[in-house]
Design a protein around this ligand. Structure first.
Ligand SMILES: [Mg+2]
Ligand SMILES: [Zn+2]
Length: 169
C-alpha cells in the first residue's frame, strides 16, 4: 500500500454539473480541471474519479453512454497533458440501498486494492457533503468539500490541489 491518491468527484467538481448528463456533447470540464489534474499526475498522486450516476438506475441513460462521456473526459484531459488513473461509478438508484453510492465506501476501497493505495495519506475532493461523507467514515486523511452552489468550483479544485502539492497559487 504505497501510493497516495486524490479521489475526485466528477459533476460540479471536475465538470459542469449537468443533472443526469446523458450526452457527451453536454459534458464540459471546467477550465482549470486539466491543470489541477496534471499537477497531481506530476506529483505522483493516483487520480481516481468517484461518481454517483443514478441516471443509469433511473433509466435515463445507459452504461454505454456513460462510457462515451468518460471517453470524452479522458480525451479532453489528454489534449492538455493530464490523465486520470481510474474512474469508478455507482449506477444505482438511491433507493436500491447499494453500498457503492457515495457516501458508501465500497468504490474507494476497491480502488485501494487495485492501485495499492495508502488511504490514510490520500484525499477526497468534492462539491457535496456526500463526497466527504466517505471521509467521515475515516478512511481518508483529509477531505475537502466546498458546499453546494458555490460559483467558483473550478478555482476551488485548483486551490485544493495546490495545497496537496505545496505550491503557491
Ligand atoms: Mg458533485
Ligand atoms: Zn451503487
Amino acid at each position: 500500500m504505497t501510493n497516495r491518491a486524490v479521489f475526485i468527484d466528477r459533476d460540479g467538481t471536475m465538470a459542469k454539473d449537468v443533472p443526469y448528463c446523458r450526452r457527451p456533447e453536454d459534458f464540459e470540464l471546467f477550465p482549470n480541471t486539466a491543470k489541477a489534474i496534471r499537477m497531481l499526475n506530476q506529483h505522483g498522486f493516483k487520480v481516481i474519479v468517484i461518481t454517483n450516476q443514478s441516471g443509469i438506475g433511473r433509466g435515463y441513460f445507459t452504461e454505454d453512454t456513460l462510457g462515451k462521456i468518460h471517453q470524452k473526459m479522458k480525451d479532453e484531459l489528454a489534449k492538455q497533458g493530464a490523465y486520470v488513473d481510474d474512474i469508478y461509478y455507482c449506477p444505482h438508484h438511491p433507493d436500491d440501498g447499494c453500498d457503492c453510492r457515495k457516501p458508501g465506501t465500497k468504490l474507494p476501497l476497491q480502488a485501494a486494492r487495485k492501485h495499492q493505495l495508502d488511504l490514510k495519506n490520500s484525499f477526497m475532493v468534492g462539491d457535496m457533503e456526500m463526497d466527504i461523507g466517505m471521509g467521515i467514515e475515516s478512511i481518508f486523511c483529509i477531505c475537502y468539500c466546498w458546499g453546494v452552489n458555490k460559483i467558483f468550483n473550478d478555482y476551488n479544485m485548483l486551490w485544493v490541489v495546490l495545497q496537496f502539492c505545496n505550491k503557491e497559487m
